[in-house]
Design a protein around this ligand. Structure first.
Ligand code: DHB
Length: 391
């Protein structure tokens, strides 16, 4: 098949890009190896920056954020047995929305299908060819295993951390800047009311915990664990004990745990984001550790930069913006890498931490919460740096 833009991956990056291109009158085909059902039910993070919500709003793709989602105007940093509120509204006049990523994906899939988007599930990209030509191609197999070839004017790899498109851009499937962490997150979903009004990011001698939420009746919580932890090794009682121990001073509202998973931690930025007429966005281009919830929001920022560049290239035959895409996207990507790394290291306890490390960490946390400049630095990053100027 032929199209103007071939997009590999129907996650937030791929779907939003197809949506914005569609509004600009640029036709695309989106493929994903997963089923629609899998995409719409896989649990991911839950925090949207205000700017992300504004992009969804202004493009008509936010149908349920404001009804199903919840606006949060702050978070609590908890350490040494006390809570410290970071008041986003007061510090930066902005907030975030608690709205699960898979709900945002349902909205995007619905709006794209309603607009007649060619969106194909169960189609597996195998490789991208002829990146340097002006007719790059995606070689894929469809749901029945039959070969499918998509010829386009531009190919976008929005195909996640195990990207197939990456090889055509960086010359290797793994090429990039990497950092591993000696811990992971144990995540649970439970049936219970919220334990607090806002999210709690807690540093404790036993390790980090995040008390997040999903709705009035369902809560999402995480605690730092060994990367090789077996999600089924602990009983429900032991999970509650572990969580409770890590938020001293707060009493968690407990309830039946109906989902558990272990999330890997890593920081990654691909060595290149563009080769000829193939670009990488979202997790295909970079991965951040989850602390601070930058993953999906960063994907949205990539989309804005790339969409504007593709408009110039495909509507005006102007390649200056596509040439500038990597530098422009990387500017924000490395800021988000730093923020995610900083939040992670400030709040987690490394398995080999010395007493010096622990006490220094408390000094760092106090430096942030006791200084308006410190709190504002966190609030600016958490609610999202301005998107103006990106597109
Ligand atoms: C959630 C995940 C995060 O990584 C975070 O920083 C905040 C919230 C969540 O899944 O609710």
């Amino acid at each position: 098949i032929r199209t103007r833009v071939a997009i590999i991956g129907a996650g937030p990056a791929g779907l939003l890009l197809s949506h914005l291109l569609g509004i600009a009158g640029i036709e695309s085909v989106v493929i994903d190896q997963r089923s629609r059902e899998e995409i719409e039910t896989t649990i991911r993070a839950g925090i949207l920056e205000q700017g992300t919500v504004e992009v969804l709003d202004s493009s008509g793709a936010s149908s349920r954020v404001r009804t199903v989602g919840n606006r949060h105007d702050g978070i609590e940093l908890r350490f040494a047995g006390a809570g410290h509120r970071i008041d986003f509204a007061d510090l930066v006049g902005r907030g975030v929305w608690l709205y699960p990523q898979h709900e945002a994906l349902k909205d995007l899939i619905a709006v794209r299908l309603a607009k007649g988007q060619d969106l194909r599930f169960g189609v597996t990209a195998v490789r991208v060819e002829d990146a340097a030509s002006d007719r790059p191609r995606v070689i894929a197999t469809d749901a029945d295993g039959a070969p499918l070839e998509i010829e386009a004017e531009f190919v976008v790899g929005a195909d996640g951390s195990r990207s197939v498109a990456r090889e055509a851009v960086t010359g290797s499937s793994t090429g990039g800047y990497f950092r591993e962490y000696p811990f992971a997150w144990f995540g649970i979903l439970c049936e219970a009311p919220p334990s607090a009004e806002e999210l709690i990011y807690s540093n404790s001698p036993g390790g980090f915990a995040l008390i997040s939420q999903r709705s009035a009746t369902v809560q999402r919580m995480y605690f730092q664990c060994d990367p090789n932890a077996d999600p089924n090794a602990l009983s429900e009682e032991q999970l509650w004990e572990e969580l409770q121990k890590r938020v001293p001073g707060t009493t968690l509202k407990e309830g039946p745990i109906f989902q558990r998973d272990v999330l890997r931690f890593r920081s990654f930025v691909a060595h290149e984001l563009l080769n000829g007429r193939v670009a990488l966005i979202g997790d295909a281009a970079h991965t951040v550790p989850p602390t601070g919830a930058k993953g999906m929001n960063l994907a949205v920022a990539d989309v804005l930069v790339l969409e504007r560049a593709l408009r110039a290239l495909l509507l005006d035959n102007d390649d200056r913006l596509i040439e500038a895409f990597p530098e422009k996207a990387l500017h924000r990507i490395w800021k988000a890498q730093h923020f995610s790394w900083w939040m992670t290291n400030m709040l987690h306890v490394a398995p080999d931490a010395s007493d010096f490390d622990r006490l220094r960490q408390l000094g760092e946390l106090r430096s942030v919460v006791e200084s308006e400049a410190g709190r504002r630095f966190l609030a600016e990053a958490y609610t999202g740096w301005p998107l103006e100027g990106l597109a």
